[in-house]
Ligand binder design. Structure first.
Ligand code: SF4
Ligand code: SF4
Length: 138
């Protein structure tokens, strides 16, 4: 069909010829397959793995230390242990993995990498995190 619309000797005709010769020069790949024995189960058993292995580290710091995100803050979150119920909502919501738990189970923050987005403040159902302007802290 292409031959009908191409005139002899045009660049397009030459390109088609070249493409065809390259296509024919590629050796077909022989993929070896193995027939499953008739008694084999079609169900694939996936072995169980602990969550630490099979899931990503959600609370990892990522590249925050490289970006020095602690320098971005205008406000810093400050925790009030008097009202904190240790629900861990702030820890789960921090996008930079800056919050961990201390020995008593209270959240503590890594201010070197906390960028001051204040998502933790909004996430706290007990209103146990106050936003404090950096200038008032220093
Ligand atoms: S303000 Fe809160 S949520 Fe945002 S980075 Fe700092 S600790 Fe994480
Ligand atoms: S979200 Fe609030 S109450 Fe829950 S652990 Fe964090 S500070 Fe405490």
């Amino acid at each position: 069909m292409l031959a009908g619309i191409l005139s002899e000797g045009t660049e397009l005709d030459e390109n088609v010829k070249l493409a065809l010769s390259v296509f024919l020069a590629v050796a077909p790949l022989d993929i070896k397959t193995v027939e499953a024995p008739p008694e084999a189960s079609p169900v694939i058993i996936v072995p169980f793995e602990p969550a630490q292995i099979s899931s990503p580290t959600i609370n990892a710091l990522g590249n925050s230390p490289l970006r020095m995100t602690g320098n971005w803050r205008v406000f810093r979150p400050v925790w009030n242990r008097e009202v904190c119920t240790k629900c861990m909502a702030c820890l789960a919501r921090c996008p930079d993995g800056c919050i961990s738990l201390d020995e008593e189970g209270f959240p503590c923050v890594d201010y070197e990498n906390c960028k001051g987005c204040l998502i933790c403040v909004r996430a706290c159902p007990a209103e146990g995190i106050e936003k404090v302007r950096e200038a008032q802290v220093l």
